[in-house]
Design a protein around this ligand. Structure first.
Ligand code: TXA
Ligand code: MG
Length: 345
C-alpha cells in the first residue's frame, strides 16, 4: 500500500484522528512486526521496531544487507534516547544541542537492552533524530524507536524519492509512507564522539566545518578507522553501469573527460557523463549527458546525485559513466565520498 503524503503539513492532524489513516496503519504495521518505508530529510528509510529482533532481521533480508553492518536507530524525541544509550558524553550533548533534529547520526555506548542484531554485535549504537515532520509523526505513532537503513537494495544508490524504494524493494515491504523528494539527498553525517579526537565515519550535510565549530577538531575516517563503521568498508551507492571518476581536477575536467570519451569510443564503448551545468556544453562527443547541478550550488548537486546515478541505469544506453569531481570541502566532501564509493569495483 502506498500513501502519498504531499501536503502533509496541512493534514497531519487529520491523519492522527482517523484510525484508517496511513500514519496509523504504518504504526500498526510496525507494532505487529512489519517493515515500513518512510521519508526523512536525507533519504528514504526502511524501518522496523528497534526492539523487535525478528522485524529487524527482515530488514537485513529484504535489503540483502550483510549482518555485520549495523543500523541507525531513529527517535522522535530526545527523551527516547535513554532507552538506547547507556550514557551521553559532553561532546555528544553539544552535538545534539547544535544539530538535532537534523541530518546528524551520533554514536553512543549502547544500552544493553538494544538487540545485538541492530548494532551488529558492537557495544555502541547509532542514533538520529530526523528533522522531518512525517518521519517524526510516524515514529511517535509507532511508539518505539525505529531501526532503519536507507530503503535501497544493498549496494545501490540510496532512495531520494519513494519510487526508488518501490523499484528496489517492491512487494517485500509491508507499507510505504511516501512523501516528496527528500531535502538533502545524501545520508546523514555519522560521527563518533567517543573517539579521541571525535571521528566522522561518514561525511554528510552537516559538514566537518559545522561540527568543528561546536566541538573542536575532528578526524575524517580513513581506511584504518572505517572498521568502526562496517557499512563504510564497502563499495556502495553504485549504479549498475560502471562509473569512473575524472582523473583531473574539476576545473580541468571537461578537457580530460572529452579526451577519455574518445579513448572509450575507439574501444566501441558508449559513454555517459555525469556533468555540472557549466561543463555540459563541452561534452559534445558523449552518448548521454546527465546534469547533476551547477558547480556553484553544491547542495543541489548533492540532492540530485543518487537520482542521476539511477537514471543512467534506467536509460541503460551507455557502457560507462565518466563523472566530474568536486572540491572536497563542505558538502563537496560528502559528494566525493559517495562518488568514490560508486566508482569502487
Ligand atoms: O540519513 C541516514 O542516515 C539514512 C536515513 C534513513 O536516516 N539512513 C542510513 O542508514 O543511511 P544506512 O544503514 O544506510 O547507513 C548507516 C551507517 C552505516 O555506514 C553503518 O555502518 C553506520 O551507519 N553505523 C551504524 N551503527 C553504527 C555503530 N554502532 N558504529 C559505527 N557505525 C555505525
Ligand atoms: Mg545505506
Amino acid at each position: 500500500m502506498i500513501c502519498h503524503g504531499r501536503g502533509f503539513r496541512l493534514s497531519w492532524w487529520w491523519f492522527m484522528k482517523n484510525s484508517d489513516n496511513p500514519l496509523t496503519r504504518a504504526a500498526e504495521v510496525i507494532k505487529s512486526g512489519g517493515i515500513v518505508v518512510f521519508p526523512t530529510e536525507t533519504v528514504y528509510g526502511l524501518g522496523a521496531d528497534a526492539f523487535n529482533e525478528r522485524a529487524v532481521r527482515k530488514i537485513f533480508k529484504v535489503k540483502g544487507r550483510p549482518a555485520d553492518n549495523p543500523l541507525i536507530v531513529h527517535i522522535a524525541d530526545r527523551r527516547n534516547l535513554k532507552a538506547l544509550a547507556a550514557s551521553v558524553p559532553a561532546a555528544a550533548q553539544k552535538l545534539m544541542d547544535a544539530f538535532w533534529p537534523g541530518p546528524l547520526t551520533i554514536i553512543f555506548k549502547k544500552n544493553p537492552r538494544v538487540p545485538d542484531v541492530v548494532t551488529a554485535g558492537l557495544d555502541t549504537v547509532a542514533v538520529r533524530l530526523p528533522n522531518h515532520a512525517l518521519a517524526r509523526a510516524f515514529i511517535r505513532a509507532a511508539g518505539v524507536p525505529i531501526a532503519a537503513p536507507s530503503a535501497n537494495r544493498s549496494g545501490r544508490p540510496s532512495p531520494t524519492e519513494a519510487i526508488h524504494a518501490k523499484r528496489d524493494l517492491g512487494s517485500k515491504v509491508d507499507f510505504f509512507l511516501a512523501a516528496e523528494k527528500t531535502k538533502y539527498g545524501l545520508e546523514s553525517t555519522v560521527i563518533n564522539p567517543l573517539a579521541r579526537p571525535p571521528v566522522i565515519l561518514r561525511p554528510g550535510a552537516i559538514t566537518r566545518e559545522d561540527i568543528e565549530k561546536v566541538i573542536g577538531p575532528v578526524r575524517l575516517a580513513d581506511a584504518g578507522t572505517v572498521i568502526q563503521s562496517p557499512g563504510m568498508r564497502r563499495r556502495h551507492y553504485s549504479p549498475q553501469t560502471p562509473l569512473v571518476l575524472s582523473p583531473a581536477d574539476w576545473l580541468t575536467a571537461a578537457q580530460a573527460i572529452a579526451a577519455l570519451i574518445e579513448t572509450y569510443h575507439r574501444r566501441q564503448r558508449r559513454v555517459g557523463v555525469l556533468a555540472t551545468r557549466e561543463n555540459c556544453p563541452r561534452y559534445k562527443n558523449a552518448d548521454r549527458i546527465i546534469v547533476v547541478g551547477s558547480r556553484h550550488h553544491l547542495k543541489t548537486c548533492a540532492g540530485n546525485l543518487f537520482k542521476c546515478l539511477r537514471d543512467f541505469d534506467r536509460f541503460a544506453d551507455v557502457d560507462i559513466i565518466l563523472a566530474e569531481t568536486f572540491p572536497e570541502q563542505g558538502i563537496g566532501a560528502a559528494i566525493m565520498d559517495r562518488l568514490k564509493r560508486a566508482a569502487r569495483r
